[in-house]
Design a binder for this molecule. Structure first.
Ligand code: NAD
Ligand code: UD1
Length: 335
């Protein structure tokens, strides 16, 4: 199949590009590089021994998207492009709605113009808001606590309307839990700007010596060791989830949402211990007060992905930390 990856130069998109190319699909990357670097194309070429075609553009450029869909005879779009920092979305909501919601409307306009009606959308566990029960299944009520989450929710609902309006549309919303780790080559990985907000990128910066110590946000949660529990998923497992979603879409019209997670909760201290083992570094930390807006535990029920997509995770938390550490060491020498 010919597949367009909007935001394909980013963290999850670049890993998915590897998995899909290795499975025999033809990939085209469409990205404006607002949160990624063009050198990822060189590094993908090293992994794949082949140069992936790139269109440097913004998803809000409807004409350019339509032209790209036609030029490369695209069958399916995977829509990763968007902004994703929760805190920033609270300060700059207009940018988030413009990029995420308006960007998706522009993409949908282009797709319907040239009659490409198959779409995989990068959604998030954030659409569940504060969990009312665990593990979280796809029937859990949705809500949003910030502009980023609300943009994802708006998009999911828009996509449902589109699928309801025309039986030809095939749309799957993949609700990712906490993606971490890197490709086993260590040549691509997560590359956040500035000081990371998320746990594993922050630990990586402490391990490599760029940051002094980790603040563990809360040691008094009602969890096994008092620290926050999340469902971490290896980014290569996540990439394989997209391959499974494409197979599903090829024969299933309509709209569906599916959780992609490991289905298992891991605490902050468990991640820290695994990262210490994987990196052979001692990682300084102190227990601090809870981060505003955080919840004690969040993890997925993953039966639907298993049943409908025939997919489940294969890699464990050690693989996540070991691959992430490999990437971290490579990344420190990048310009
Ligand atoms: P990322 O920032 O690494 O990748 C996003 C890519 O999209 C970047 O390369 C960026 O340059 C590009 N982009 C952004 N706006 C664009 C636009 N208007 N036009 C063209 N390109 C644009 O993020 P990621 O972690 O790879 O996330 C990919 C998707 O998955 C996002 O939609 C994100 O919201 C969603 N998601 C991510 C996580 C996570 O923890 N990483 C969790 C749940 C959902
Ligand atoms: C964050 C996002 C969420 C997104 C998810 C996916 C926020 C509020 N939420 O959630 O929308 O879908 O990432 O990646 O940003 N922690 C520390 N010290 C740190 C950083 C984190 O102790 O320096 C703890 C947190 O309290 C939490 C766990 O580590 O218990 C994971 O945090 P993080 O990586 O930020 O992910 P989420 O909070 O799940």
């Amino acid at each position: 199949m010919n597949i367009l990856l909007t935001g394909g130069a980013g963290y999850i998109g670049s890993h998915t590009a590897v998995t899909l190319t290795e499975a025999g699909h033809q990939i085209v990357i469409f990205d404006n590089f607002c949160n990624s670097d063009k050198s990822v194309l060189d590094r993908l070429e090293r992994i794949l021994k082949k140069r992936l075609p790139l269109i440097d553009g913004d998803v809000r450029n409807t004409a350019l998207i339509a032209q790209t869909l036609e030029k490369f005879q695209i069958d399916t779009v995977i829509h990763f492009a968007g902004l994703k920092a929760v805190g920033e979305s609270v300060d700059r909501p207009i940018e988030y709605y413009a990029n995420n919601v308006q960007g998706t409307i522009s993409l949908l306009e282009a797709m319907s113009l040239v009659n490409v009606k198959s779409l995989v959308f990068s959604s998030s566990a954030t659409v569940y808001g504060d969990p009312q029960y665990l593990p979280i299944d796809e029937e859990h009520p949705t809500s949003a606590t910030n502009a980023y989450g609300r943009s994802k929710l708006h998009i999911e609902e828009m996509l449902k309307d589109v699928a309801n309006s025309d039986r030809e549309w095939k749309i799957i919303c993949l609700r990712y839990f906490n993606p971490v780790g890197a490709h086993e080559s260590g040549l691509i990985g997560e590359d956040p700007n500035g000081i990371p907000n998320n746990l594993v990128p922050y630990i990586a910066q402490v391990a490599i010596g760029n940051l002094e110590k980790l603040s563990v946000y809360g040691g008094d949660y009602p969890t096994l060791d008092g620290t926050g529990v999340r469902d971490y998923i290896h980014v290569m497992d996540l990439a394989e989830g997209h391959l499974a979603a494409l197979n599903y879409l090829s024969t299933n019209p309509g709209w569906i949402a599916v959780n992609l997670g490991a289905g298992k909760g891991i605490s902050v201290l468990e991640v820290l211990n695994e990262y210490e083992k994987a990196s052979a570094k001692s990682i300084r930390y102190s227990i601090e007060k809870r981060r505003a807006g955080d919840i004690a535990s969040c993890f997925a029920k993953v039966d639907k992905a298993k049943k409908i997509l025939g997919w489940q995770t294969k890699r464990n938390v050690h693989d996540m930390c070991a691959s992430g550490w490999l990437w971290q060491q490579y990344r420190k020498n990048l310009p």
